[in-house]
Design a protein around this ligand. Structure first.
Ligand SMILES: Nc1nc2c(ncn2[C@@H]2O[C@H](COP(=O)(O)OP(=O)(O)O)[C@@H](O)[C@H]2O)c(=O)[nH]1
Ligand SMILES: [Mg+2]
Length: 211
């Protein structure tokens, strides 16, 4: 199995919508989450590049789809954050539809990383994203971001709670605590991306052993 060098990731283009993405070949992994969930920070941490994906203290600023290349035909996609209160309802609905279409129709989309603030996980739109992905046979990893904001006991409790709740989605979803600030969960994320880019099928969940 190749261990991809995420440090070599470079920006390719920004697209106003999914129709403007480049050709649908190779393997694509998308990052999704509410505005301010820590998506851009996670991409910067993953790639060890401070300014690769812009981070902002003002939520909702990035309305473009940003596309990056890890290696030839291995892409990362930073989707616009959802759930930003000040975006007009009409725009929100349009974007949600486009997002659903992207998940359903993009052949190269292999995996979806859904980022949620560990203190406020599994909001409606987070759940919808995971549902869509599982229904479209796209593998999902959930990162509970800003894990540094919780003490280790509370962090584990949240992690267990979300792992328990996520069984309802089906589809063998890996869920990890993550912090860009404290570099928690970065190796887990890299391993998951490696497995997706190497096109390795997920481990089959074993039925409860007899003995
Ligand atoms: N404490 C802490 N703050 C973070 C972390 N990751 C991101 N943030 C902060 O959360 C805010 C939003 O981060 P950003 O990456 O721009 O979120 P995005 O909107 O999902 O791309 C910024 O103020 C970041 O500094 C983290 O791991 N720990
Ligand atoms: Mg961002």
């Amino acid at each position: 199995m190749t261990n991809w060098n995420y440090q070599l990731t470079h920006f390719v283009l920004s697209a106003p919508d999914i129709r403007h993405l480049p050709s649908d070949t190779g393997i694509e992994v998308a990052f999704a989450g509410r505005s301010n969930a820590g998506k851009s920070s996670a991409l910067n941490t993953l790639t060890n590049q401070k300014g690769l994906a812009r981070t902002s203290k003002t939520p909702g600023r990035t309305q473009l789809i940003n596309l990056f290349e890890v290696a030839e035909d291995k892409r990362l996609v930073d989707l616009p954050g959802y759930g930003y209160a000040e975006v007009p309802e009409e725009v929100k609905i349009k974007w949600q539809r486009a997002l659903g279409e992207y998940l359903q129709k993009r052949n190269s989309l292999k995996g979806l990383v859904v980022l949620m603030d560990i203190r406020h996980p599994l909001k409606d739109l987070d759940q919808q994203m995971v549902h869509w992905a599982v229904a479209s046979n796209i593998e999902v990893m959930i990162l509970l971001t800003k894990a540094d904001k919780l003490a280790s006991g509370a962090r584990k409790a949240q992690l267990n709670m979300v792992r328990e709740a996520a069984t309802a989605f089906g589809g063998n979803i890996e869920i990890e605590a993550f912090s860009s600030l404290k570099k928690i969960g970065v190796d887990k994320l890299r391993q998951k991306l490696d497995s997706w880019y190497n096109d390795i099928p997920p481990a089959v969940e074993e039925e409860a052993a007899e003995e």
